[in-house]
Design a protein around this ligand. Structure first.
Ligand SMILES: [Zn+2]
Length: 393
């Protein structure tokens, strides 16, 4: 009787072991299928119009012609007027909206701030948001010599806005073929938070984008319109461009942008093994709101490729036409892949980017973990349990 029970238990354990091994193998197959799906992106054949020389001029206009765009200064207001006049050159009837707010935790010196929104190709239910911050930092807190001087913000601020301006021109010309509305969103008060020792008193990072998302319902009809995705451009025009795998970003969206860029031949800017790091930036409130969002940003904290972050050297001399081109063309191609002449989506990629799988970065560790938990450990336990009793008999 007890022998039968033992045999029964042993068969049951063999069954359990086999089930665990099969589960492990199936999990690894599913996981690799997801990875493979992520790697099966094909750019559509289309001529790209993004002109890096235009974008470079837009950086120069903001930094050398206007100057420091610090909230509360005349130059800051001038930069708002500049964006409006540039958009009106593209489309004299362009719709634009201010999102005004004041920042003054002390109630002594309220500073007027404005996010600025331009809508292109209106009339579609689906909206793509392209964003960048336009304020420049009031203190060069990481400067080796003069930490109280302002940051020119050629890369940190102006470069993202410049790419947006040039993309607006490009997409306006192709608007008849585009099957989405595009928002060009210029954020204020991103870059005045505490870094080492200083912030504008009481200000945090990303004040503008957080307040915009708080009031986003005022800017679209939530019962009939929806957001496809949000792409943030931050420090996209510096020399030696190399993007990171930013960890708050929706992984499938960021991954797709990387693959679009790599297929265009930009394999240095979009490396196959990028640095992974979470960055507090203007895309984060959009992620929290539920919009797939990606931050195209560089390693600004330890990378010798571009060591000018929050210093007085973040000026036009460390801006590269090539970097502006790589960023602009990648976003341009990404939009065409999904939204060019598509009555039904002619190209899927990871659309609609509703998967956010942080572990994709760590796929090797993840797979080793599965092998250990479902295969190696059960086999060891099984062998330890049954091997001694077999040697006895
Ligand atoms: Zn900054």
């Amino acid at each position: 009787m007890s022998l039968m029970v033992n045999n029964y238990k042993k068969s049951f354990n063999i069954f359990l072991l086999a089930s665990l091994i099969i589960t492990g193998v199936v999990l690894i197959i599913i996981f690799n299928t997801i990875l493979l799906t992520n790697n099966s992106i094909q750019n559509i054949e289309i001529e790209l119009d993004f002109n890096e020389e235009n974008a470079y001029i837009f950086v120069k206009n903001q930094t050398e012609d206007i100057g420091n765009r610090i909230p509360g200064t005349p130059e800051h207001q001038e930069s708002i007027n500049y964006f409006i006049s540039e958009f009106q050159k593209i489309d004299s009837n362009v719709s634009y909206y201010f999102h005004n707010f004041t920042l003054d935790p002390t109630y002594i010196n309220p500073i007027n701030c404005s996010n600025l929104l331009f809508k292109l190709n209106e009339g579609y239910d689906n909206i793509v948001i392209l964003g960048a911050h336009y304020d420049s930092r009031a203190r060069a807190t990481k400067d080796p010599i003069n930490q109280t001087a302002p940051v020119p913000g050629a890369n940190d601020g102006a470069s993202g806005c410049a790419v947006l301006l040039e993309l607006a021109r490009v997409f306006y010309n192709k608007r008849i073929n585009l099957t989405c509305e595009i928002w060009f969103l210029f954020f204020d008060a991103e870059d005045q938070g505490r870094d080492i020792s200083w912030s504008i008193p009481g200000w945090g990072w990303c004040e503008g984008s957080n307040r915009f998302v708080d009031n986003i319902d005022n800017f679209y009809n939530s019962s009939s319109e929806y957001f496809e995705c949000m792409i943030l451009l931050d420090m996209v025009g510096g020399t030696n461009l190399r993007f990171i795998n930013e960890q708050y970003s929706t992984s499938t969206l960021l991954n797709e942008l990387f693959q679009v860029g790599r297929q265009l031949g930009y394999t240095t800017a979009f490396p196959s093994s990028p640095v992974s790091q979470p960055i507090i930036d203007d895309h984060q409130p959009f992620v929290e709101y539920g919009i797939p969002s990606a931050d195209l940003i560089i390693n600004f904290w330890s990378d010798s490729n571009w060591p000018y972050h929050h210093t007085t050297s973040d000026d036009l001399s460390h801006i590269s036409n090539t970097s502006l081109m790589i960023t602009g063309r990648t976003v341009e191609q990404f939009i065409y892949n999904i939204f060019f002449n598509s009555s039904e989506y002619n190209y899927q990629g990871n659309y609609p980017w509703n998967l956010d799988t942080v572990f994709i970065d760590y796929n090797l560790y993840f797979q080793i973990g599965i092998i250990f938990i479902f295969i190696v450990c059960p086999i060891i336990i099984f062998v330890m349990k049954y091997l001694p009793s077999q040697t006895k008999t």
